[in-house]
Design a protein around this ligand. Sequence first.
Ligand SMILES: Nc1ncnc2c1ncn2[C@@H]1O[C@H](COP(=O)(O)OP(=O)(O)OP(=O)(O)O)[C@@H](O)[C@H]1O
Ligand SMILES: [Mg+2]
Length: 457
Amino acid sequence: MKEKILVVDDDRDMCQLLSDILTTEGYEVFTAECGKIVLKETEKIRPEIILLDIRLPDKNGLEVLKEIKKSDENIIVIMLTASEEVHNAVNAMKLGAFDYFTKPFNNEEIILDVKKALQNRRLKIEVEELRKKLEKSGNHELFIGESPQVKQMLNQIKTIAHTNVTISIQGESGTGKELVARLIHQNSVRSGAQFVAVDCGTLPENLVESELFGYEKGAFTGAAAKKEGKFETANKGTIFLDEITNLPLSLQPKLLRIIQERKIQRLGSTKEISVDIRIVTATNKVLSEEVKKGKFREDLYHRINEFNIILPPLRERKEDIPLLANFFVEESNREFRKNIEGLSGEAMKSLLNYSLPGNVRELRNIIRKAVLLSDSDYIKEIVLDGGFISGAERFDYLSELGKGIPLREITHKAIKEIEKNVIKKVLTQTKNNKVMAAKILKIDRMTLYSKIRSLGL
Ligand SMILES: Nc1ncnc2c1ncn2[C@@H]1O[C@H](COP(=O)(O)OP(=O)(O)OP(=O)(O)O)[C@@H](O)[C@H]1O
Ligand SMILES: [Mg+2]
């Protein structure tokens, strides 16, 4: 089938020219002369590529670009601009345009660019499909570890995965709770259906209910069309309720009812829908404590806690660190196309001496960074996850926010970073005289030594 290209330009001659050269190349070409109709035409034609003029008579090309990308991320947009509008073209690239051409352009270059873009698109789709296949085939998730605690837990998973008991997973941030939940799903008879993760921690309270239960059209202001809730999506599969202690008290009876009856009602509907789901929850708090504090219903606690898996922090199973570190070296080698053999003895020692408050997630970040930065066959030294204060790192953290990293962990890292910077500065000032540094900081010498060690200074 011919690949389709939509050319959008108010200059009819330009449309004709592009249409001619691209048709000769074997593409099916459509044209549009104003911005308003682009979305409609796009839906009708479903082009792989849109060549879009930045200056259109009725609409700003950048706006049109935004709309296109919102409707389908995979459509490639190449911008056409007059030379005085190059700054706009740069903005367009930021908004997701593949490339831009200033008029007048070289025909050959446009043809080449279109070919490159299509190849890029094909690759992206192939990778996506591969990933989906992998996800479906099951068992691709590996829980790495050889400590007795991990071995015991993997055995537990084997035993309970095929049952339907409700499982609660407890562990500090980054210990692998979600990974365990996925493993349970993959090892169960439900693996052919969906694993649906809901982060009860990041959703605003008023959205949790509609996300979980879905709604009918008109159930509340803004409910323009009916929407399936996560419980329905997870039918025949597994629903993973992350940060369950953040589930508002007002919604807890509803969850209790679902667990007991396996039936839901969409908001704005009285119809009951049966759902066949396995429920797995996770929290980094101690659930029974939350019950004592009155933040979590006791009856619900007993229901979700039919089976409890506790993930110990990495500092309590240090024997897992080398294996995990090497696993992440391999993973990062693939990601960054590098060929790092592993960690030097010195580097491994400093890892083992560090408390890893962010657990496996932090270890993974440290190794990824080390692999990326390493210019020899081995990772010689470990750069701790500092730099939090610097712009680039801060951006990273903000982008991690959506993944549900608790405030506590972020603050913890920030404090560590501040401590590290302050101590570093004082040590430089005192020319590494630790006795003097401890005096200036008003802490005792032993505390300073232990901080120097744990902060990797
Ligand atoms: N034992 C392990 N083997 C391999 N990868 C692991 C292991 N444990 C954790 N990971 C990886 O570490 C990262 C963090 O794990 P995960 O998201 O499951 O943690 P979490 O306990 O859900 O954290 P949070 O409480 O912050 O949500 C993920 O990239 C996960 O794949
Ligand atoms: Mg998680």
